[in-house]
Structures are given as C-alpha cells and as structure tokens.
Design a protein around this ligand. Sequence first.
Ligand code: LLP
Length: 421
Amino acid sequence: MNAEFNACPRLRREGGRLRLDGAALDDIAHQFGTPVYVYSRAGIEDNWRRIDAAFGARDRLVCYAVKACSNIAVLDVLARLGSGFDIVSGGELERVLKAGGDPAKVVFSGVGKQMWEIERALRAGIGCFNVESAAELAQIEQAAGDLNRAAPVAVRVNPDVDANTHPYIATGLRDGKFGVGIDEAEALYDEIQRSPLLEARGVDCHIGSQVTDIAPYREALQSTVALADRLARRGVGIEHLDIGGGFGIAYADAGPPPVEDYIAAVVDAVGARPYRIITEPGRAVAGSAGLLLTSVLHRKRNGGADFAVVDAAMNDLLRPALYQARHDIVAVRRRGGETRAFNVVGPVCESGDTLGRAHLADARRGDLLAILSAGAYGFSMAGNYNSRTRPAEVIVDGGEAHLVRLRESIQDLIEGECLLP
Ligand code: LLP
C-alpha cells in the first residue's frame, strides 16, 4: 500500500488527485459539500476481518464497539460480515437492530445503564450484560424478574493495569469509575449463582483505548484468567472471556504493533482454556477506514504562524482539542513549491479549536484537506457547539460514493426548541 498514508492505507494519490478506494475526494467534496466524513467500506471490512482471522481456529466473537462510528450503514456492513456489537446505550441498541445486527451477538457495556435500556435489551434478547457494579446487578435482576426472563451477565473487572494511554481514555485503573475490583468480583458471581434470574456467561474487562503496547493486555489477562480459573473451581461455569477493545492504530505520532500481535498475546494468555474469546474493537475497525474532508476558508498569518482556517471545527472532530490527538492532514491536490507548516483551525470561538498541523505549499480558499484516521470517534463525537450543523457522512463502496447521512440543516438544529408562551 501507499507509504505516504500510513494512517489511511486505502488512500492513494493518482495523477495528482487523492482517491479513497478509487473515488476521487475532490469529486466527493463537490457532490456532497464539506465538511464531510468519508469511509471506505472495504477498509472497514478488511479491518474487521483481520481481527477476526487473527484468532485462527479459536472460538471467538468480534463485537464492534458501536460508539466508535455508529452510522447504521457502517453497522449494516459489519452485521453482514457476522459481527457482534458492543453497545453502551439504548440508542446504540436501536441502531444495531435497525441495521440488522443479531441481538444474540450484542454485549451491553457501560457504568450507568438505565432501567428502560436494560428492559429493552432483555426483550431484544441480547447476548450479555457487562455488569459494572453490585447496584447494577441488582437492577438487572429486578428487570429480569419483571419481564420473567433470565438475564445473561458477565462482571466487568477492573484489572488495575496502566494502559499507558491518554488519561481520559485509560479505563483499567483501580481508582477509575469502571468495572469492579477483581477481589470483589467473586462475591458478585456468588450473587449471580444464587439468583434464578441471572446467568453467568463470562468475565469481562477493558483496559482503555488507543493502547499502543501489548504488555498491558498480558498483564490484565493474567488476573482475569486467574479469576476465571477460581470461578471454575467454585463451579461457576462461564462460557466466555471478554477482553474489551482498545487496540491502537496509526496516527501522526503513533505506530502501534499490528492488530495480529495483540490478538496473539490474548490467545496465548487464554491458552487451552475452553472459553470463547470476545473482543470489542471500535477504533481498530473504523479508525483508519475514514477521513474528514474539509475546505480552506481563509489563510492568515498571526505572530509569525501560518493558519489555514477551514470549514471543519472541533465540533466535527473533537479529538485534537480533547486529547491533543494528532491526525495527519494532507492536501487533496498538492500545490507546487516549498511546503511550510500551517496550523489548521476551525471557525469555533475557542483557541482549542485546532485540528492539527499540515505541511502545505499554500492554503487558498477552496483548497481541500483530508484529516486522516478520523473514522473512529469522529462523527460519533460531533456536536452542535456554536450552532454548527453536523457534517454529512459518505461511504465509498467499490469506487462509488454513497451518502449515508444527510448534512444537518439549520432546521434540524432548532427542531424541538420553542419560544416561551
Ligand atoms: N469496550 C468498552 C467497554 C469501551 O469503553 C470502549 C471504548 C471500547 C470497547 C472500544 O475501544 P476501542 O477499541 O475503540 O479503543 N473518544 C476516545 C476513545 C474513547 C473510548 C471509550 N471506550 C478517542 O477518541 O480516542
């Protein structure tokens, strides 16, 4: 593949034009306007299949983490591959069902599930609730009683490992809000065993996101597998180990190991134990398969720095502002001449509204820039700050671009609001 775009392997420069799976990005910008998220169907499929295939003969279920990119067309593409789904809300469940996902392959994570969400998930027949506290377990049991339907559960344990990622996306530390301490988990499994309304299905953990090192997985699995062994000795028959997601991908400042290496470490740690392995990758499926296309509005120079003011902003792609994430930004059509660094900034009234830096020969009104590795936690974290409408979403499938989400209109923006009487 093209080494220029390590962060987005399906991108190529041909005859001066940047193409994603054969579709020219300038054509997409003209057809659908900017800012626009563009995803490669083949990229999403390849990423999912690589993860799935890395398990070899091992029994496994790859449950795509819907939060990474939740457009129903993306979920449909994955459902057709046989993917399971990791959800964290009733909204995500409805998306999965709408996209034709199999509820039996859904795992429901999250620290604050509401009663209506639990009931809806039980009625839909989801595969497993990943339970994050004793209080939540009691709530699930109550819902199961009300609906007269046993609830499949796994306890999310907190293995207390440092995933060495940005603190906002590290979730495996003891003092965080996630999961229950590994030493408290056995008591919860006792509760589950006692209840005719609860069925122990597995043990769950998730250590964080954009983890670029394999060691934290090894460490987390050591204690998680040891817990599973203790449970087995106590006669708690679990079926699966859910190792969560978190596999890192390439950004401007990250070159993580190939996803196969993470999976090999996991498979090795589980060894000959008979458990099905569940994983919940989001970023590793959607991240490199998507980009955000934006147009330059103005060029300006302030205090010796060059700025390209573009029509995308922090409300469209929050990661740089929130995590100081560094996405590669490239010109869709390169201009001749020496390049220099431009700060690529959006129109929002905050200094933090910076999308990154790009090396460009110039930045003139109408020039198109592609912000790479934006398929995960891009649109799904977009908002309406500054009353900006959220971008359109497009999927390239076999060289053809399809609109899969209309750009929000001003009418959409104020829909549901009203004046005082
Ligand atoms: N499973 C659970 C329980 C999770 O909380 C997450 C992500 C995943 C799976 C998927 O993780 P992934 O494979 O995508 O790393 N907004 C941040 C990332 C937040 C991740 C939250 N949880 C970002 O833009 O970097």
